[in-house]
Ligand binder design. Structure first.
Ligand code: NAD
Length: 246
C-alpha cells in the first residue's frame, strides 16, 4: 500500500509542486484547497493516486470531515503538509482586525486544526507533520504584521508538535521558504521589493516551487527519519546573511 500525504493549499503554487513530487515518489496524495475551480484544474492532470478535497482549513467542521473523507478514500495517512496560506500587505494602522483574524485563521488555526484532526491516523503508523512558515516568521519585515506574526507562531507550533508527538513516531518539522514567484507573493511584491530581494539574497534570485517542494518531501520521507523539531529555511541564503528588506 502506498504512503498517503495530505497537502493543504495544493491547488497551485508550492502546494501543487509538493503534491506532484509526492506522486512522482509513489505516494498517494489528497490535495486540499478552498478554491474548487483551481483544485479541479490541478487534479485533472494528476492521475488516479491524486484526489482533490474541498476544504477551508480554518473551519473545524470542514477539517474534521476532510480528514475523514481522505481516510475513507485512501485508508491511511503518513504525512500532513500544512501549506495553505494567505498574506496581507500594509502598515499596522491599516491592518484592520478582520484582516488580522483572516490571516491568523488560515495560517495558524489551519495548521492547528489539521494537525489535531490528523493525529489519530498518524499515530497508527507514525508519520510526519510538515508546516510551511516563512522567512517572515524568522525575522521581522515591514508591512506584514499579521503574516509575520502568524508564521512565527507556526514555527513554535512545530516545536510543540515535535515535543508532544515524538513518542508516537510522528516527526514535525517546519520549512521557511524565501520568496517564490507564486500568486501569493506576486500579489504583494512590487518591482522595488523584487529588486531588493535579489540584492539581499546571496544566490541573487527567487526560489522555485520545486526547490521548496524538494525540502518538504525530503523532510516527510524516511530519509529524514531522525529529523524532528527543525526549522529549515530554503531561501537562497537570505536568512543567514540578508541585509535590509523592504
Ligand atoms: P499560493 O497563493 O500560490 O497558494 C496558496 C494556496 O492555498 C491557494 O491555492 C489557496 O487557494 C489556498 N488557500 C488559502 N487559504 C486557504 C484556506 N483557508 N483553506 C484552504 N486552502 C486555502 O501561495 P504559495 O506561495 O504557494 O504559498 C504556499 C505557502 O508558502 C503559504 O503558507 C505561504 O505563506 C508560504 N510562503 C510562500 C512564499 C512565497 O514567496 N511564495 C514565501 C514564504 C512562505
Amino acid at each position: 500500500m502506498s504512503k498517503v500525504a495530505v497537502v493543504t493549499g495544493a491547488a497551485r503554487g508550492i502546494g501543487l509542486a509538493t503534491a506532484k513530487q509526492f506522486l512522482a515518489k509513489g505516494w498517494s496524495v489528497a490535495l486540499i484547497d478552498w478554491d474548487q475551480a483551481e483544485l479541479d484544474l490541478a487534479c485533472g492532470e494528476l492521475g488516479s493516486e491524486a484526489q482533490g478535497f474541498h476544504c477551508d482549513v480554518s473551519d473545524e467542521v470542514q477539517v474534521q470531515a476532510m480528514i475523514a473523507a481522505v481516510l475513507a478514500r485512501f485508508g491511511r495517512l503518513d504525512a500532513l503538509v500544512n501549506n495553505a496560506g494567505v498574506a496581507e500587505f500594509g502598515p499596522i494602522e491599516d491592518c484592520d482586525f478582520a484582516t488580522w483574524k483572516r490571516v491568523m485563521a488560515t495560517n495558524l488555526d489551519g495548521p492547528f486544526l489539521c494537525t489535531q484532526a490528523a493525529v489519530p491516523a498518524l499515530k497508527e503508523h507514525g508519520g510526519a507533520v510538515l508546516n510551511i512558515a516563512s522567512i517572515s516568521g524568522l525575522r521581522a519585515s515591514t508591512l506584514r504584521v499579521a503574516y509575520g506574526t502568524s508564521k512565527a507562531a507556526v514555527i513554535q507550533l512545530t516545536k510543540q508538535q515535535a515535543a508532544e508527538l515524538g513518542e508516537y513516531g510522528i516527526r514535525a518539522n517546519c520549512v521557511c521558504p524565501g520568496p517564490v514567484r507564486t500568486k501569493l507573493a506576486m500579489a504583494v511584491h512590487s518591482p522595488e521589493i523584487i529588486a531588493a530581494y535579489h540584492d539581499a539574497i546571496p544566490l541573487n534570485r527567487y526560489g522555485s516551487e520545486d526547490e521548496i517542494a524538494n525540502l518538504i518531501t525530503f523532510l516527510c520521507s524516511e530519509e529524514a527519519s531522525y529529523i524532528t523539531g527543525q526549522v529549515v529555511a530554503a531561501d537562497g541564503g537570505f536568512e543567514s546573511t540578508g541585509v535590509g528588506l523592504p
